[in-house]
Write a protein that binds this ligand. Structure first.
Ligand code: IMP
Length: 207
């Protein structure tokens, strides 16, 4: 996306680079500020502060920036879900639930990526049963081309193609979340073989 001349992870000349800078921190900040403005506008006259619910752990960086980009008071809460596939069906379940009672409250789901839409569909259904005043979703990234289940997403940071990304909260096997920029991984099989492969490039040691 934000093509930038970066060094390949591998030193060997001629080898294809394993990653690319995808969206840099300036572009992320700019977009997050804009979405913060949209949410401010939407909830500035609401009877109570909205509750922003981050889905652990990928959306934590996004939540932290988003909530500070809002010019109104807002509550935050967290949920964690796990999904696993069995017999061709994907099962999603809540492994950490909210602390807030959301009955009658304005609720905003804060997602890192909406991909197939299965996770968000499950979350929306589960939260709607608790009868919030309103329910909206904001996602930093939307892989809309990969959607299996149509699901409403009211605020979208970037609509992106089918690439695997890490950084700005997003991980591969728990790594790379704290890289401030967002990177696309060009060869996921190679990374699966060597999960530390991107460490030298994303976290170059201080000279
Ligand atoms: P889905 O919409 O149910 O398919 O799942 C979305 C979730 O899959 C996201 O919240 C991420 O946790 C994860 N995910 C999807 N694509 C990526 C990616 O490119 N990098 C890291 N995590 C991803």
């Amino acid at each position: 996306m934000a093509g930038k001349d970066e060094q390949p992870v591998t030193e060997a000349a001629g080898e294809s680079r394993a990653y690319e800078l995808f969206i840099g921190r300036e572009a992320l900040v700019e977009r997050v500020q804009a979405i913060g403005g949209e949410l401010t506008e939407r909830f500035k006259d609401a009877p109570e502060p909205p509750i922003l619910i981050a889905i652990l752990k990928g959306s934590t960086m996004f939540l932290a920036d988003l909530v500070r980009a809002m010019k109104i008071d807002a509550a935050i809460d967290f949920m964690a879900i796990s999904s696993y596939s069995s017999n061709e069906a994907t099962q999603v379940r809540i492994v950490k639930d909210l602390e807030h009672d959301i009955l009658g409250r304005d609720v905003v789901i804060v997602e890192d990526i909406v991909d197939t839409g299965l996770t968000l569909t499950y979350l929306r259904r589960s939260l709607m049963e608790r009868e919030p005043r309103s329910l909206r979703t904001v996602t930093l990234l939307d892989k809309s081309a990969r959607r299996i289940v149509p699901v409403p997403v009211e605020h979208i940071g970037f609509d992106i193609p089918d690439v695997f990304v890490v950084g700005y909260g997003m991980d591969f096997q728990g790594r790379y979340r704290n890289a401030p920029d967002l990177y696309s991984v060009k060869d996921l099989a190679r990374l699966a073989n060597d999960p530390l492969m991107l460490v030298p490039a994303l976290f170059p040691s201080v000279p």
